[in-house]
Design a protein. Structure first.
Length: 149
C-alpha cells in the first residue's frame, strides 16, 4: 500500500516547482518587455512632417535587439502617398498595417499606437520618421541632429 503522506508530499513539491517555473517565466517576460520599452524610448524621433520633405521616395531603417524594420516612404506635394514595409522581422509589429494606414490618412507620423503592440508601433513610427529625416536637406538634418542631443 502507498503511504499517503509521501504521495501528498510529492504532489505538493511538484506543484511548488511548477509555480516557481511559471513565476520565473512571468518575471523574465516582464523584464524583457521593460528592457524593450526602454530601448524603443531611446530611438531618435525628429518629428519630421511630410510637408518638410521634398517629393520623392526615402528609405528608413531601425534596428533594435528585438526588431529589424525598414520602410520606403513616398512623398508627393507634401503628403504621404505610400509607406512600403521592406523589412519587418522580430517579436513585434506583425499587424502594423492599421498604423501605416493611419499615418497616410492623417499625413503625420504622430499617430496612436496599436493597442497590444505599442512597442512595435513605436519602432515603426521611428522608422518612418527616419525615412523622412533622410529626405531632408543636409542643413536641416544637422539642425535636427543638434536638437536631438
Amino acid at each position: 500500500m502507498v503511504d499517503k503522506s509521501k504521495l501528498s508530499s510529492n504532489t505538493i513539491r511538484t506543484v511548488l516547482i511548477v509555480i516557481c517555473v511559471i513565476l520565473s517565466f512571468v518575471m523574465y517576460m516582464q523584464r524583457r518587455t521593460r528592457n524593450n520599452l526602454k530601448q524603443a524610448a531611446k530611438l531618435p524621433f525628429y518629428n519630421v512632417q511630410p510637408a518638410q520633405v521634398p517629393d520623392g521616395t526615402y528609405h528608413g531603417k531601425v534596428y533594435t535587439s528585438f526588431m529589424h524594420v525598414q520602410v520606403d516612404v513616398s512623398i508627393q506635394d507634401g503628403r504621404f502617398t505610400k509607406i512600403e514595409i521592406v523589412e519587418n522581422q522580430g517579436a513585434y509589429g506583425q499587424k502594423i498595417e492599421p498604423l501605416i494606414n493611419e499615418m497616410i490618412a492623417q499625413n503625420n507620423t504622430v499617430v496612436p499606437a496599436i493597442k497590444g503592440d505599442e512597442i512595435g508601433s513605436i519602432v515603426f513610427i521611428a522608422c518612418v520618421d527616419d525615412a523622412l529625416f533622410n529626405g531632408l536637406p543636409d542643413e536641416q538634418k544637422n539642425q535636427l541632429s543638434e536638437k536631438a542631443r
